[in-house]
Write a protein that binds this ligand. Sequence first.
Ligand code: SF4
Ligand code: SF4
Length: 399
Amino acid sequence: MHRYRKLLKLAVQNPQLAAYKAKITYKNNIVAKQDFKKNTGTARPPLCVCIKLTNACNLRCKMCGQPREGHKEGDAKYAPLSFFQQIVESQDYANLIRELAPHRPNIYLWGGEPFMYKDIFDLVRTIKDHKMTCQINTNGMYLKKYAQEIMDSGIDDLIISIDGPQEVHDEVRGLKGTFHLVKTGIQMIQQMKKKRGVKKPIIRVRGTISPWNFEYIHSLIDISEDLGANSLNFNWTWFTTKETGTAHQNLMKHLFDTDAQSWIPYEMDVIMDKEKREKFDGIKHELQKIYNNNSSLPISMSPFLKPDQVDDYYSNIRETFGHKDCFSIYTKSYILPNGDVTPCPDFPDFIAGNILEKPFLDIWNGERYRNWRLEIKKRGLFPICYRCCDLFLSDVGFV
Ligand code: SF4
Ligand code: SF4
């Protein structure tokens, strides 16, 4: 099916979310670039505020770059227990939502596993009371348990991770039974939607393409269709190398006196070698099959790689496929589980302020945020940007 017809189908399913997507594409392509050119480092209010509700997670996925439990002194792959216990109280989030309401950004909730945040449904109701869209990115393990609350709270969009058929998904996610639980949860929500005659929440399957599921990614089309998903999105593995991470750490120390260690858990063994090359040949075939699909499902990919670009993605980290600047820092912002505000999703070393101490919008255009935007503009991308999901924000094409 032609990609524009697929997009139209998605828009009919959730017009509010489609309007947001259209707006963010427009803003990234035009307005963010205008802000970028201004040389002041300021930006109009964000279109998306991403709240990381908790660092805690109930899974241990193979490709995850977030720090794990089991703190070891001097090893940033592991974080102390306190890191997983950080939370902002729902009353403080309510204040944030009230502050943001006049600008109506999309609110994106994630983690760790966001459903482990105790007051998640209070927060969703506050967001919906203020007429903003609410997206939740989840590993799907709590969908069955909270199906009723999910339906009642008015969530617009559930982005649910599935990495392949049952055995592959369970292997990648590190726990047997995971696929079955996620599938059952989605089916329950679909049945409730049907019974109530509603379209929301729309269900989006997200598959992370990694060395652990390369050979099976095409199967996600059938799996998503079976589950009645509204769309399927592929992300490539976000990772870095020791050389790039160290260069970033040194630069952050020099520019901002920040000890940037968040890259360490993202140093992954996904770089090309002879044995892996065979796997990459497998992924090229799978990718070609995805490109040739005749499914009516909207299928997107970030970054939008062609089969002959896969080698470069993994073996040449400086290749950014035409993305020379980060525009996400003019449209999106991230709030960490302790209230810290940072421009960057996966590498949140640079902190611009804290919502428990200052209004968010003062931080958004405060001196530190402006300095970050100006420095990156002056120097070009920082080393950690090369495999950051937000670098490819404007790149979500449909196949
Ligand atoms: S569910 Fe997400 S946060 Fe949890 S381990 Fe897996 S990738 Fe990491
Ligand atoms: S591309 Fe760089 S500046 Fe932009 S969000 Fe990612 S890490 Fe931050």
